[in-house]
Design a protein around this ligand. Structure first.
Ligand code: NAD
Length: 341
């Protein structure tokens, strides 16, 4: 069993912890929190040993009925690998600690590529993780882009990508960012950071991205256009997406045309926390014009799509499963990820 510590038990960390606990080959040896919160109660409820950075806060946790297993240092020392899910920028500060302890670690998309020097996506570059100490799972938007671009690049070659990201304003629980009533250019300059981030995984791709933020909390919506190198048909592209275990097709017959309806659908499917782990590509939007021009809309659940990637990244860095497809299959099976559509 791979001993996994999750440093930072928030939106991403709590999902990674549950996903690790569901795998047959890894276990959660601890999670960390900085202060007493609803998530600390959830860690207790799940039975995850809870560690804190500042032991002077231990009485506050105990007063709230939450047992503290020790300080974060002790948790890190007991781990084979650390998933750092602290807020963006904190991971960079944690890196020297992991280095000193000689521990493998996975950072999230809020950190720069340089924090690990290697950015990860299971379908695109699993085998390149072998022997590395650090990896970074690219952000939710970049993960969603990499999945579709890589799939079509493998099949037809991608000459160039132009994409617009309509981004959620905040995560559902992030009340301090709202209420909001605006469409904010993110940034007003072009390109946005997403294209360069995709190139940390797929350096050969010519990609320009634009982004804006809108007042919604569940899911980003992408408009993607790619020029392919070979001519193809809509049917061939749909077949590639159907066969991809982390691209889901939102079927026309469902009548779903928004993030709100898609969220209701994942809720009705009984997904934990309504998580959509795969890309939600709208079947109706998938188009091939003039033989080589690809277009689609896809929904990306910001809290969820990076979770299976973190799990595969653990195996890739630990070197315990050599075949990416085998790891992806194990992860999907343990999560219950049968691509929608
Ligand atoms: P979050 O604020 O929900 O959770 C962060 C957790 O880290 C909190 O539980 C907090 O208690 C803990 N924490 C805060 N400061 C800490 C410190 N100094 N040391 C240890 N723990 C600390 O953040 P999040 O949304 O889960 O984001 C985590 C990372 O994942 C970021 O890099 C972010 O960019 C990335 N990410 C977030 C999303 C998203 O939509 N939320 C999607 C993809 C990637």
């Amino acid at each position: 069993m791979i001993k996994v510590a999750i440093n930072g038990y928030g939106t991403i960390g709590k999902r990674v912890a549950d996903a690790v606990a569901a795998q047959p080959d890894m276990e959660v040896i601890g999670v960390s929190k900085t202060s007493v919160s609803a998530e600390a109660y959830i860690a207790k409820e799940r039975g995850y040993p809870l560690y804190i950075a500042d032991l002077s806060k231990k009485p506050a946790f105990e007063k709230a009925g939450i047992e503290v297993a020790g300080d974060v240092d002790a948790m890190l020392k007991a781990a084979d690998i650390i998933v750092d899910a602290t807020p963006g920028g904190v991971g960079e500060k944690n890196r020297p600690i992991y280095e000193k302890l000689g521990k493998k670690a996975i950072f999230q998309g809020g950190e720069d590529h340089e924090v690990a020097g290697f950015s990860f996506n299971a379908h695109a570059n699993y085998n390149e993780a072998a022997g590395k100490q650090f990896a970074r799972v690219v952000s939710c938007n970049s993960t969603g882009l990499v999945r579709v671009i890589h799939a079509l690049d493998q099949a037809f070659g991608v000459a160039r990508v132009r994409a617009v990201m309509v981004r959620r304003g905040a995560d559902p629980d992030d009340v301090k960012r709202g209420p909001i009533d605006a469409i904010v250019l993110n940034p007003a300059t072009i390109p946005s950071h997403h294209g360069p981030d995709v190139r940390t995984v797929l350096p050969q791709i010519d990609i320009v991205t634009l982004a804006m933020i809108v007042p919604t909390t569940f899911m980003h919506m992408h408009t993607i256009q790619m020029d392919l190198k070979k001519e193809t048909t809509r049917e061939e592209v749909l077949k590639i997406f159907e066969d991809h275990s982390r691209i889901g097709l939102v079927r026309k017959a469902t009548g779903i045309k928004s993030n709100a309806q898609l969220r209701e659908y994942t809720q009705d499917l009984g997904r934990p926390r309504t998580d959509l782990w795969e890309n939600g590509v709208f079947e109706e939007s998938v188009s091939i014009l003039n033989g080589k021009e690809f277009y689609c809309f896809q929904a990306i659940h910001q809290e969820a799509d990076v979770i299976p990637e973190n799990i595969d990244c653990i195996r890739a860095l630990m070197g315990t499963v050599k075949d990416p497809e085998e790891s992806i299959r194990m992860t999907n099976e343990a999560l219950g990820l049968v691509a929608i559509g």
